[in-house]
Write a protein that binds this ligand. Structure first.
Ligand SMILES: Cc1cc2nc3c(=O)[nH]c(=O)nc-3n(C[C@H](O)[C@H](O)[C@H](O)COP(=O)(O)O)c2cc1C
Length: 189
């Protein structure tokens, strides 16, 4: 029993898994599943996605500079996996997975109506890295499903059953363990 040195590799987990929607003008919208994605700035609100050049969606996003990020719930995990193994150059993933395009407010590509959160993104920067190239994008509009607003109008995102991706597998989020800052909160006597 001990510790082992391994060659460098991606073991930063868990990660969000997201469904990214994109569309070239005059074509049907496409969906690509991504896990190499992250929040990178609060103001302006920005995120990054890293995509291999071989993906059908890569050229679409590079050309249009726009994409939608759709959060994945347990109900969407099957479609998420499917959109991550089939290419939009061969099939219509919205149609095959019976997903409903949701018109966006600012960008051209639609979101996915079945997702509780849709982030409209505009590419601001591009970083060629190696196997993947990174698109750094500003979030220019957020759409939420208001059936998750509680009686005080607070958005109950953690009731939507979001999914995490870890080491090749999808997981539900499990039990709540604490909240931001709870470690320093004054305990009630
Ligand atoms: C869970 C999961 C995560 C993935 N993450 C990425 C990613 O971060 N970057 C990437 O280029 N491909 C990723 N893929 C692979 C693409 O989703 C897959 O190649 C897809 O078929 C590409 O679709 P397209 O050709 O229609 O663009 C992932 C696939 C799965 C199942």
């Amino acid at each position: 029993m001990g510790k082992q040195f391994w060659k460098p590799g991606n073991l930063l987990y868990p990660l969000p898994v997201i469904m990214v929607s994109c569309q070239r003008s005059g074509e049907k919208p496409n969906i690509i599943t991504l896990a190499w994605a992250g929040t990178i700035c609060s103001d302006p609100a920005m995120l990054s996605v890293s995509i291999r050049k071989e993906r059908h969606s890569y050229d679409i996003i590079k050309e249009t500079g726009e994409f939608g990020v759709n959060l994945v719930t347990e109900d969407l995990v099957y479609a998420t996996d499917y959109c991550g193994v089939k290419s939009g150059k061969d099939i219509d993933k919205f149609g095959e997975m019976k997903l409903t395009p949701l018109p966006s407010k600012i960008i051209a590509p639609p979101g996915i109506s079945e997702s509780p959160v849709n982030l409209e993104c505009k590419v601001k920067d591009f970083l060629p890295l190696g196997s993947h190239d990174m698109f750094l994008a500003e979030i220019v509009n957020v759409t939420i499903d208001d059936s998750y607003l509680d009686s005080t109008d607070k958005f109950q995102l953690n009731q939507t059953k979001l999914v995490a991706y870890s080491h090749g597998e999808y997981f539900g989020l499990g039990e709540k363990l604490g909240k931001f800052g709870y470690s320093v909160e004054k305990k009630k006597p």
